[in-house]
Design a protein around this ligand. Structure first.
Ligand code: FUL
Length: 747
């Protein structure tokens, strides 16, 4: 499924992956030595390949980067002032004027939220440099900000040092302003000059983020980037910096949703046609200089046994999950109410850091030059919740009682990812722990000592119930860190087993933690005809559920949940679980809609935008301007073709339908709509048609179509034809458009 997204489709930065083909004996030479690149002889057996894979390790800079766990992106530039996501290169720098800009505020907010690095968009696709580059006039020096004397890269790099944050730079290779773009050698020189300024003048740079996005299209400018010289310049001037994601050190996870793969391998196949260069260089140099980013990062499996068995070479190439705290990468006033909730951020954390990836969360300052309060409060609540969860490791102080009794158990809770338990002498890859006391937990934390490689392929955790073992959770890869959540378990004894590993595992950390109490509604949404019974439950015994039905936030003074709720009209239930010690979970919401019709669709709406099924189109709830509000039915490249059956012939006189238009997110108005009616379901009469004019660029609005027509009918057919392809002015021209419809009205 193609996602609606605010900016570049992933395809633009999907091009990252390559395959080296080289016949050499390097593997034999470096067996067991540990390296982030290994070349496999073509004759290597599957077993040898596995062993080799288990010995591929991160480079020093990769290891240091991985340990940061969470880093922050800051998208700020002309787009912030033009209220757009992709500039055209023609924007006037005079519009760049953040009157309250204070980079200390950015760094403070970001470091207090636990991030360890800040990556600044020094130049986005529009080409405006946030520093006074000597190689173009298209810089902050041409803006009124600080009377043209400002240097934002200097200010933010100094703030980062003040707040103990590492500093990274984003420099867009795609430049829509620079006239030399497309004249490859000339632009490459220009780009290297800009890169040199950034790498030379602002102290230590810890990450260089090269974006693969390019919306030039088939008839646009064709620039051949000289990646090799970019990389070698970085290695020369900032040898500690990792190069992401169009680079050799860090790979893009393949989505901008915030969710990494459950099975995430940091060791993946690597190929390159540049045989001579590799042969002439050491393996390290091969990575520095022979790397050409191309390939598929979106594949669900990048490193399983199946995949690596055909590999010629393997590299350590860990994944980074980039996602914005808002729908867009840049700040837009209209999105102040759409900042991701602390709960969503938590989910993202568990699905990125907790899945062997690093989280790169974008926090875009507003046009005054400050991070907005809405973002700050979400970050704070998320950070507090994280601290609360990971405060006490309930496995600390446990004693091994079976399996590996002599294991160095303290290693597993010493928060040191290099001290580890490695089973020796054919010991089982399993241990049983007597906890200090009976404990309740709902999170498992695992870490491998990745400086020895990534090895674990499958594991499980069991709890002793008093007379038997009961499986609590199982998983596949661990890597740097794996976090799993499960319904709360109470026990004093656990058993952990690694039943599949590429080589003996090197387990560095083992933790058991307690989530904040989580309340859930069952069903969590429904469209009903007469009434629906709703059950609220909590994953913990010593917590109480409170709820409201008026949209207000529930607390311990709200209605207490004792028995199921019988709902017979459209209702939104908001609920929260509060532990007896006062610890509160995140509030949850469940919506129940009354449906008056039967409805069928010729083309099913997209899985992600289906408002709970076809009946969402007639559920009484209207979609808002926020197309992600769960109420819209989205059709990617397809038409809406709906038939309503009212059950009997009724007198009708009012009809209507609403559309969401968010062109930046590829959501367009239909070309044409048509309403038809019928008494028998076979012969239809057209009662209304409407042709739409093409939309203006950057539209974000609701389109309402209402008309009166007095008739008798049982069946109503509504057809809205999809706009078709994104027009030429759109950054992703030619891609299929989305049609978002909600609430068909017939009364
Ligand atoms: C994409 C860009 O096109 C977006 O604007 C944003 O910078 C994101 C991080 O990468 O490819």
């Amino acid at each position: 499924m193609k996602r609606v997204r605010f900016t570049a489709m992933p395809v633009f930065i999907a091009g990252l992956f390559i395959f080296f083909f080289i016949q050499s004996t390097l593997f034999a030479q470096q067996k067991y030595s540990g390296n982030n690149f290994v070349s496999l002889r073509p004759v290597s057996s599957e077993q040898e390949i596995l062993e080799a894979a288990a010995h591929v390790t991160p480079s020093e800079r990769q290891l240091e980067w991985q340990r940061l766990e969470t880093t922050a992106f800051v998208h700020f530039g002309l787009n912030t002032f033009y209220n757009q996501e992709w500039g055209h290169g023609t924007e006037d720098p005079k519009r760049f004027n953040p009157t309250l800009l204070n980079t200390d505020q950015w760094a403070k907010v970001i470091s207090e939220a636990g991030f360890k690095m800040l990556i600044m968009t020094c130049k986005h696709h529009d080409g405006l440099c946030m520093w006074p580059s000597k190689f173009t006039n298209h810089t902050v020096a041409s803006s009124p900000w600080r009377q043209g004397k400002g240097d934002l890269v200097k200010e933010i790099s100094e703030s980062c040092r003040k707040y103990n944050l590492k500093f990274g730079v984003y420099l867009s290779p795609w430049d829509r302003h620079e006239p030399s773009y497309g004249d490859s050698p000339v632009y490459n020189k220009f780009f290297l000059n800009q890169l040199t300024e950034l790498l030379f003048n602002y102290g230590t740079i810890d990450e260089v983020w090269f974006d693969g996005a390019c919306g030039e299209g088939p008839n646009g400018k064709k620039q051949v980037y000289d990646w090799e010289s970019y990389y070698s310049l970085i290695r020369k001037l900032q040898p500690k910096a990792v190069i992401a994601v169009m680079g050799p050190d860090v790979r893009w996870v393949g989505t901008e949703s915030g969710y990494g793969r459950e099975t995430e391998w940091s060791v993946v196949p690597y190929n390159n046609a540049n045989l001579e260069k590799i042969a002439a260089n050491s393996q390290q140099a091969a990575l520095n200089e022979g790397f050409t980013p191309t390939g598929d990062m979106e594949s669900p499996d990048l490193g399983s046994r199946e995949i690596i068995k055909n590999a010629q070479n393997l590299i350590w190439y860990p994944s980074e999950v980039d996602v914005s705290i808002r729908p867009g990468w840049f700040w837009h006033e209209s999105e102040n109410g759409r900042v991701k909730s602390p709960e969503k951020l938590m989910d993202i954390y568990f699905s990125s850091v907790g899945r062997n990836s690093l989280l790169l969360l974008n926090i875009p300052p507003d046009s005054t030059g400050l991070i907005n309060e809405a973002d700050i409060s979400s970050l704070k609540a998320w950070k507090n919740a994280l601290n609360a969860i990971f405060k006490d490791n309930l496995a600390e102080g446990a004693t091994p009682v079976a399996g590996n009794r002599d294991m160095k158990i303290d290693f597993l809770s010493d928060k040191n990812d290099t001290t580890c338990w490695i089973p020796v002498n054919n010991e089982p890859y399993s241990f049983e722990l007597q906890l200090k006391k009976k404990s309740e937990f709902s999170v498992l934390l695992l870490q491998e000592n990745i400086s020895m490689g990534q090895r674990i392929e499958h594991f499980s955790l069991e709890a002793w119930t008093g007379n038997a073992w009961k499986q609590v959770v199982e998983g596949t890869t661990v890597g740097y860190k794996r976090l799993l959540r499960f319904p709360s378990v109470q026990t004093n004894k656990v058993r952990f087993t690694i039943d599949k590993s590429r080589l003996e595992p090197a387990l560095a950390e083992f933790g058991l933690y307690r989530q904040r109490p989580v309340a859930t509604a069952n069903p969590s949404s429904a469209t009903f005809k007469e009434s629906v019974e709703v059950f609220l439950s909590c994953n913990e015994e010593d917590a109480t559920i409170y709820y409201t039905t008026d949209g207000s936030l529930p607390g311990s003074k709200s209605l207490k949940y004792n028995q199921s709720l019988k709902i017979n009209e459209a209702t939104e239930v908001t609920f929260v679980a509060i532990r007896n010690d006062g610890t509160s979970g995140f509030p949850g919401k469940a919506s129940f809609h009354k449906a008056n019709y039967e409805i069928s669709l010729v083309n099913a709406s997209d899985e992600k935008y289906n408002s709970g099924g076809a009946s969402g189109l007639v559920d009484g709830f209207k979609g808002s301007i926020d197309f992600t509000d769960g109420r819209w039915s989205g059709f990617n490249g397809k038409d809406l073709d709906a038939t309503l059956d009212l059950g009997s012939i009724l007198e009708l006189n009012e009809f209507g339908i609403n559309f969401n238009e968010s062109t930046k997110s590829w959501i367009f108005r239909p070309q044409h709509i048509e309403f038809k009616i019928s008494e028998n379901g076979t012969e239809f009469t057209t009662i209304f048609t409407k042709q739409f004019d093409p939309p203006e660029r950057d539209n974000e609005q609701l389109l309402h179509v209402n008309f009166n027509y007095s008739c008798k009918a049982r069946f109503i057919k509504v057809i809205a034809t999809n706009y078709g392809k994104l027009p030429d002015w759109h950054p992703a021209r030619g891609e299929p458009t989305w049609l978002f419809a909600d609430e068909i009205i017939a009364k």
